[in-house]
Design a protein around this ligand. Structure first.
Ligand SMILES: N[C@@H](CCC(=O)N[C@@H](CS)C(=O)NCC(=O)O)C(=O)O
Length: 236
């Protein structure tokens, strides 16, 4: 059994989709970030970075004690290895899957994540950072479109690279973007959205994550996400 410390955000959905795709037994443990569930010492023992998602595999590859895994890209790699699925065997394709996975983890997710932050959570009037991170997201969508013009999926066949990028493509509408200028991304996005495992994996979706509405946070909730409560959380 795999415990998934889960929140219905793009990074969380990568893991819920992957587990539905490969059919490994798992349970989603819903974490309330506003309440600070990710700040506790117990959770830090699982994820030293204190972010979501993380997993604990109670029957890990290689045996032994339950294995915690953090960072959504590392979790996808671990689950691909464990299941023997969704990572190409061919060395060239395998490298391509790793390249696009790293691209998502280093660029497409973090840049867009900052756009979400400045549009939805920061005090209003953040024109410069909003333009900066939205423009960077648009640039990255052009990069993605270029790849998908030459390949049906990022590594040729459907793989963990697509699973990593799909939920972040879905999230662009919350920062006021569409796929109208990215026809190859739109084709790929629609095809993946038809997959039953993807639909099951995002059933848990929280509509609020797809809206650009500004959530109204209490002082305590804001502090749990961005302020002194977050800073005071123990490291292990
Ligand atoms: N690189 C990390 C990013 C994780 C991340 O930032 N997760 C967000 C939710 S999608 C989070 O935990 N936010 C809580 C916080 O920032 O305190 C990964 O891919 O796992």
């Amino acid at each position: 059994m795999i415990d998934v410390y889960f929140t219905p955000t793009p990074n969380g959905h990568k893991i819920s989709i992957m587990l539905e795709e490969v059919g490994l037994p798992h349970q989603l443990l819903k974490m309330d970030m506003l309440a600070g569930d990710h700040l506790t010492p117990d959770y830090r023992r699982i994820n030293p970075n204190g972010r979501l998602p993380a997993i604990v595999d109670h029957a890990p590859v290689g045996g032994g004690a339950p294995l915690p895994v953090f960072e959504s890209g590392a979790i996808l790699l671990y689950l691909a290895e464990k299941s023997g699925q969704l990572m190409p065997a061919d060395p060239r394709r395998r490298s391509q899957a790793q390249q696009w996975l790293m691209w998502q983890m280093a660029s497409f997710g973090p840049m867009q994540g900052q756009a979400h932050h400045f549009i939805r959570y920061a005090p209003e009037g953040q024109d410069y950072p909003v333009a900066r991170y939205r423009n960077e997201t648009i640039r990255l969508l052009h990069v993605l479109n270029g790849r998908l013009k030459e390949a049906e999926y990022l590594a040729g066949d459907y793989s963990i690279a697509d699973i990593a990028c799909w939920p972040w493509t879905r999230a662009i509408r919350a920062i006021g973007l569409t796929l109208d200028d990215f026809p190859d991304v739109a084709r790929w996005f629609a095809a993946i959205g038809e997959r039953p495992a993807v639909q099951r994996g995002t059933d848990v979706k929280n509509a609020a994550n797809l809206s650009s509405a500004r959530p109204v946070l209490t002082e305590e909730q804001w502090s749990n996400l961005f302020g002194t409560n977050m800073l005071a959380a123990p490291t292990r």
